[in-house]
Design a protein around this ligand. Structure first.
Ligand SMILES: C[S@@+](CC[C@H](N)C(=O)[O-])C[C@H]1O[C@@H](n2cnc3c(N)ncnc32)[C@H](O)[C@@H]1O
Length: 289
């Protein structure tokens, strides 16, 4: 019997020129640097975008992008490539340090019209980081209800900001890092998803912002969480971003970075300090340098 073996069509590989085009597009829009090892990632992340747009393959999608003026599909492609991995109370230890030491230290000694606390989560992805901070403030610092407390969160991805604003998470997302007690207290189940309460949503102001490009007018901040963002930039961009965000911090203000990130050898105007088991970077005053 002569059985015919079905022929599997292997995807056409992305050419160097097509990869270079994608790399420049991502860099131009977000400053995220992709090296050659990321070809597989570009392929995997663009495939659903191609399918959604009714385009046969990733290579055809890139050709389409190359031959059309910048538009919605370009934005979707860039936002799909940029890593947005996050979770509630990610890494846990820095949040404990905030709760037990950093926030009490900031609050100590602020009286009268001085009683304000400003926090910015930059590169907030789908919102778990700023909402973790908001829930922590609500749980542990009831006295802040009489303070001027401002919590800003920003990201370059409009898609992520929409998700953040809606505050709606899958079962898997709420299972990652969120204590069950907080889920019950601050979330409402809506079918197969969980939505964070309005009370917590209203504590956070979300802003579209590119750390490498846009000027942001914010009041000086006490705490800036910019975690797992610098890691995707090249050295020159890391320096430039650190220089910009330092100007947003109050003297002595606290910068939180991801566990694989540092300001060392990039910007000596931050001082690395241990707080409990966590590491923070404090913006030095001119005299302290
Ligand atoms: C890996 S996530 C980190 C999320 C969260 N900070 C955390 O640690 O869980 C990185 C986020 O940085 C954002 N991002 C990348 N480049 C950016 C830029 N130039 N300006 C602002 N946000 C950027 C991405 O869109 C993404 O949501």
């Amino acid at each position: 019997m002569n059985r015919e073996i079905p022929r599997v069509r292997l995807p056409e590989p992305i050419s160097a020129a097509d990869f270079d085009y994608v790399r420049s597009l991502v860099r131009e829009k977000t400053a995220v640097a992709l090296d050659e090892t990321k070809v597989y990632l570009v392929n995997a992340r663009l495939l659903p975008i191609a399918r959604n747009a009714g385009i046969r393959s990733v290579v055809d999608l890139i050709r389409h992008l190359r031959s059309h003026p910048l538009g919605e599909l370009h934005t979707q492609a860039v936002e799909a490539i940029v890593t947005t991995e996050t979770s509630f109370f990610r890494d846990f230890i820095p949040f404990e340090a905030l709760r037990q030491e950093v926030i009490p230290e900031i609050m100590e000694g602020r009286t009268g019209s001085d009683r304000s606390l400003t926090i910015w989560s930059a590169g907030c992805s789908s919102g778990q980081e700023p909402y973790s901070i908001a829930m922590m403030l609500r749980e542990s610092f009831p006295e802040l209800s009489t303070w001027r407390t401002r919590l800003f969160a920003s990201d370059v991805s409009k898609g992520m900001l929409e998700r953040s604003k809606s505050g709606t998470y899958s079962q898997t997302e709420v299972n990652r890092g969120l204590p069950a007690r907080m889920m019950v207290k601050y979330f409402r189940q809506q079918g197969s998803t969980w939505r964070i309460n309005r009370e917590i949503r209203d504590m956070v102001s979300f802003i579209h912002h590119n750390l490498a490009r846009d000027i942001l007018s914010l009041p000086p901040v006490d705490i800036l969480a910019m975690r797992n963002v610098l890691i995707y930039f090249d050295v020159e961009t890391k320096r430039m971003v650190l220089d910009r965000i330092r100007r947003h911090l109050k003297p002595g203000g606290f910068l939180m970075l991801g566990t694989a990130e540092t300001t060392l050898n990039l910007d000596e105007r931050f001082q690395r300090v241990r707080v409990g088991r966590a590491v923070f970077y404090r913006a030095m005053t001119a005299e302290a340098r």
